[in-house]
Design a protein around this ligand. Structure first.
Ligand SMILES: Nc1ncnc2c1ncn2[C@@H]1O[C@H](COP(=O)(O)O)[C@@H](OP(=O)(O)O)[C@H]1O
Ligand SMILES: [Mg+2]
Length: 463
């Protein structure tokens, strides 16, 4: 890529693994830009045998892209055959599926192979999986379907648990969300495989694979599978899952927030939709134009200008965002010309451990309108001071707003649980009927046959 002089150069901590010969085959250059006038090349330069400049973090980039694409494809294949009971509930009640475990295994295995000294801060651990031999076997088959040489179930646990690094401000480490937006994945909607490299507390490289995100949002029925890539100081790019050609991306060209739309979480328990609507109203953004979308796909759509703003408004004073949920996305938006802070205007701090404990929520926007958006967010949230019960925004309107979000989230959880229970009852009845008719059968056989088709396909489904 062109070595722009305006952008900051590489971080002070150089890559130990940078290998120009390795990285030369990465076509990391904007290929769809309008060609700029260039000085005629000195024909003698090639004769003098000048080597092309090495791509910044070229070796890391190559491995990261490969890892994210492999994991994304594994998730796609799981979705097509996911059967009931292939997800578990974590301690915080959030779901984790065989695809989360499989994706973390393949990414960590690739990172350990190429960069054995780099620690990893990954979302999942193997504790719950170890208690479930059936799911372990499924993850084993999935992983062995995509890796070069077969591995054992013990190695799977070891690879998953290599993501247990504590993070911090010194040295370099990777951070991985094997599936960001697991709820979106289960619904057949948006989710993302997100990988970033952090050096001395700063994000230097980010790659996000969004298997269900249309390459062009204006053509929602067109090709799906968008990959976003950025390295610090070298711009942000998009490519498809199939075509390696990179297109440089830029945030929306808008002068005021009223000219654009915002995006937010589908889950009202993850971000206050009520307060985001109030902020949008302050900004004179047309009501009802907000895009709800799971995962760091939101950073991708802001980076490529489909939306001008991403709002993540805390619903609780105690929740700490995870570094793997924002590192790659933040860099991609910044490199595309955006600004990312928390709701108080502080930069996101990736050097304090596994969580963003110094930050609250996220405000990401095109650079030109970020200050305006932040001002509106502060105005709305200032009227809702923090109270002592762990909930933010406990002012007169704030209590009602947050209570509404929390109630909505709780109602959704109950509806999901009821649907799951109904399905289980139907399966039991079906099993009894089949047993009566043909002698004997097992519930699993019914589950397998019922769930062989991708559920959620009516929602847009998977490629
Ligand atoms: N109370 C809460 N507030 C904010 N984020 C939350 C949350 N509970 C869970 N999350 C995070 O929200 C992520 C999904 O974000 P989004 O709503 O934008 O799709 C989850 O990632 P996982 O799906 O990796 O668990 C999880 O990390
Ligand atoms: Mg996740």
């Amino acid at each position: 890529m062109s070595e722009s002089t305006k952008r900051p150069r590489r971080s002070s901590a150089p890559s130990k693994y940078e290998d120009p010969s390795d990285s030369e085959d990465i076509p990391f250059a904007p290929v769809e830009q309008t060609p700029k006038k260039q000085k005629p090349r000195n024909p003698n330069a090639a004769k003098r045998g000048r080597k092309p400049k090495p791509v910044y973090l070229g070796a890391e980039l190559k491995v990261a892209v490969d890892a994210v694409l492999t994991a994304s494809r594994l998730c796609q294949s799981v979705f097509k055959t996911l059967v009931q009971d292939e997800s578990l509930a974590k301690d915080d009640k959030s779901p984790v599926t065989v695809a989360d475990f499989g994706a973390q295994t393949v990414v960590n295995a690739l990172l350990l192979k190429h960069f054995p000294e780099d620690p990893i801060v990954g979302e999942e651990d193997s504790e719950a999986l170890k208690q479930n031999p059936v799911l372990s076997e499924r993850v084993l088959n999935l992983v062995n379907g995509v890796v070069e040489s077969p591995i054992t179930v013990e190695e799977i646990y070891r690879h998953i648990d290599s993501g247990n690094y504590a993070g911090g401000a010194q040295g370099r480490f990777w951070t991985l969300d094997p599936i960001d937006g697991t709820k979106g994945f289960l619904r057949g909607e948006q989710y993302a495989v997100c990988l970033a490299l952090v050096v001395d507390g700063k994000v230097e490289l980010g790659v996000i694979g969004c298997p269900n995100l249309p390459v062009d949002l204006d053509n929602p029925d067109g090709e799906r599978g968008s990959l976003f890539i950025a390295t610090r100081g070298h711009g942000a790019f998009q490519r498809t899952f199939i075509d390696e050609k990179l297109s440089k991306i830029k945030t929306a060209k808008v002068k005021t927030a009223s000219e654009t739309i915002f995006c937010e979480s589908v889950e009202s328990g993850h971000s206050s939709q009520t307060e985001a609507a109030e902020i949008a109203q302050h900004l004179k953004i047309a009501a009802g134009t907000g895009k709800r979308m799971d995962s760091q796909c939101k950073y991708g759509v802001v980076a490529r200008g489909d939306a001008g703003i991403y709002l993540r408004i805390p619903t609780s004073d105690t929740y700490e965002e995870k570094i793997w949920g924002h590192a790659a996305g933040m860099l991609i938006v910044e490199e595309a010309g955006g600004v990312v802070t928390d709701v108080e205007g502080k930069p996101l701090d990736f050097g304090v451990g596994r969580t963003l404990k110094n930050n609250k929520g996220v405000v990401a926007a095109t650079a030109r309108i970020h200050a305006e958006v932040l001002e509106a967010a502060k105005k709305v949230l200032r009227t809702k001071p923090v109270n002592g019960d762990g909930q933010v925004n406990g002012g007169a309107t704030g209590t009602a707003a947050v209570a509404k979000d929390v109630l909505e989230a709780a109602a959704k959880e109950v509806a999901d649980a009821v649907a799951e229970q109904q399905q289980q009852q139907q399966l039991e009845v079906a099993a009894m009927m089949v047993e009566a008719a043909v002698g004997s059968t097992t519930e699993e056989t019914i589950v397998d046959s019922v769930m062989a088709e991708p559920f959620g396909a009516e929602n847009g489904g998977q490629n």
